[in-house]
Design a protein around this ligand. Structure first.
Ligand code: ATP
Length: 202
């Protein structure tokens, strides 16, 4: 079964596209979902995060204060590396396990692996057959990210600036879904890409 990496910048529509692929019966492994689960209430990684960064990153109830940790590592690159060194191997192991579990499925001949920061940090090179990019105009990325996450324009712009450029992404991708239109249009584009990937991966 081929593995198609699905990537894209902030607010480009990766999750929406992944949802549509799943509706078409394509197995989807999402590294963001895995990362979230690894740091959910009661998850073992929380203890390690508290030991590494201090108990102030947990709420009184013992949950991860995601916004606080995100702001902290965004402002301190070395701390970010520490967090990544802890989480990336755990995420990778869980992702590879899920991908292997999907192998028994007969149709289609491919599965999707959602990796938001594929071009910034690719730990899946050997496993990936093709890179599918969800691409949209930067102004739309910012507007959609702001509407979804209550970020300010400056915060959204700063995240965008820290990611690889749109030009680089477009250059490195094998396939592109453009997401400048409505959700209905995105659904249509995913269906077309699904047919194409079935042919490519057969
Ligand atoms: P991130 O990497 O920042 O988590 P993402 O690439 O997964 O983002 P989504 O969460 O799928 O992006 O989309 C961002 C927001 O924009 C969501 O609220 C989503 O519903 C909305 N959105 C995505 N595509 C469209 C579209 N074509 N029309 C309208 N809204 C859209």
């Amino acid at each position: 079964m081929s593995i198609i990496a699905l990537t894209g910048g902030l607010g480009s529509g990766k999750s929406e596209a992944a949802k549509q692929f799943a509706k078409l019966g394509v197995p989807v492994v999402d590294t963001d979902v895995i990362a979230h689960a690894l740091t959910a209430n009661g998850a073992p990684a929380l203890k390690q995060i508290s030991e590494l960064f201090g108990p102030q990153f947990l709420t009184n109830e013992g949950a991860l204060d995601r916004a606080k940790l995100r702001a902290h590592v965004f402002a301190h690159p070395q701390e970010r590396s520490k967090l990544e060194a802890l989480l990336h191997p755990l995420i990778r192991a869980a992702a590879l396990k899920q991908l292997a579990e999907n192998e028994h499925q007969q149709h289609p001949d491919y599965q999707i692996l959602v990796i938001p920061l594929l071009f910034e940090n690719n730990q899946y090179q050997t496993s990936i057959h093709k890179i599918l990019l969800i691409d949209c105009d930067e102004q739309l990325q910012i507007a959609r990210a702001m509407a979804r996450s209550f970020l300010t324009q400056a915060e959204a712009q700063a995240i965008l600036d820290a990611q690889v450029s749109r030009t680089t992404r477009l250059k490195l991708a094998d396939e592109v879904i453009e997401n400048n239109g409505t959700l209905a249009e995105l659904t249509e584009s995913v269906e077309k890409m699904h047919q194409k990937l079935i042919k490519i991966c057969h």
